[in-house]
Design a protein around this ligand. Structure first.
Ligand code: SF4
Ligand code: SF4
Length: 288
């Protein structure tokens, strides 16, 4: 199963749950490989919870065009095809704004004089290590790089067979779409606040557009739910687990603790969550 754990907003406990579920599965699943892909590449931190003793890494780069002035005849074709505003043809000069470039290669393709050859531009790296039965892979976006999707895609390309848990980036932007597209199931971790409900709504809408079946975990549950449950009902999405708002659990999360190792009652709660997810997978697609 490929399961992507996302959150409409940051700070809901998504990574603590992702890492804890992966560690619990590695301890409790027989004969199955468990992979954890940390696709929150702007701030990866799964490796702070599960620290592999040895780590290998690979660079991630994208192809961007570079203008060869001496080959250019100033025909203007390249400036007309770029859909991302990454090109400016200014008289006899061409400016390429690499921050806007989506690496589609079209400008190089249409240039009749090979005046826009592509070159590799480093955007980050992927890292990998084994720890406690979990094959942990994470992405690390270079500081200042505007687009996270190439690094997220590089992490996801390393997914193997068996159980794959993806810790997606918070929010509902391109990074979340890159992390959640094509997975078997998504789990949205939310909190019972107005902000939580608002961003849960956005996440469920995005997952429906991606046609990814999903379920919800309500974390930090205390008094009331700020409309989170009625939001789930409206979207016909089940709530598989409710985690209480407790000071010791907040401390566990802040110290990069694994939930069921810190509080043994989470063995039963994570089993309940996993059983619910498996039941959904058996029943087939249920979209938000
Ligand atoms: S590669 Fe694509 S996005 Fe980048 S400058 Fe060329 S046409 Fe624009
Ligand atoms: S398409 Fe090629 S030759 Fe034409 S303006 Fe662009 S870079 Fe120059």
């Amino acid at each position: 199963m490929n399961l992507c754990i996302v959150s409409g907003k940051g700070g809901t406990g998504k990574t603590t749950l992702s890492v804890s579920l992966a560690a619990w599965l590695a301890e409790n699943l027989d004969d199955k490989q468990v992979m954890l892909l940390d696709c929150d590449v702007e701030e990866p931190n799964a490796h702070l919870y599960l620290t592999p003793p040895q780590v290998t890494q690979d660079p991630v780069s994208v192809l961007v065009p570079r203008w060869q002035k001496e080959l250019c005849t100033h025909c203007g074709r390249c400036g007309k095809v770029c859909q991302f505003g990454a090109f400016a043809v200014l008289g006899d000069r061409i400016e390429i704004f690499s921050d806007h470039c989506h690496n589609c290669g079209v400008c190089s393709y249409v240039c009749p004089h090979q005046a826009l050859p592509e070159h590799h531009h480093a955007v980050g790296r992927t890292l990998r290590g084994q720890v406690d039965g979990v094959d942990l892979i994470w992405g690390d976006l270079n500081v200042g790089e505007p687009r996270s999707t190439p690094v997220i895609e590089a992490v996801r390309r390393q997914a193997g067979a068996g159980t794959v848990i993806i810790d997606g980036p918070p929010g509902t932007s391109c990074g979340m779409v890159a992390a959640a597209s094509g997975v078997d199931l998504a789990l949205v971790v939310t909190e019972p606040t107005l902000f939580g409900r608002h961003d849960l709504e956005l996440a469920l809408d995005a997952l429906r557009a991606l046609e990814v079946p999903c379920a919800v975990v309500i974390n930090k549950s205390l008094f009331g739910d700020a409309g989170v449950r009625s939001c789930c009902d409206r979207h016909n999405v089940p709530v598989l687990l409710e985690i209480p708002f407790r000071r010791d659990l907040a401390a566990c999360s802040a110290q990069q603790g694994i939930l069921h190792r810190f509080a043994p009652e989470f063995n039963a709660l994570l089993a309940q969550l996993w059983n619910g997810l498996q039941q959904m997978a058996r029943q087939g697609k249920v979209t938000a």
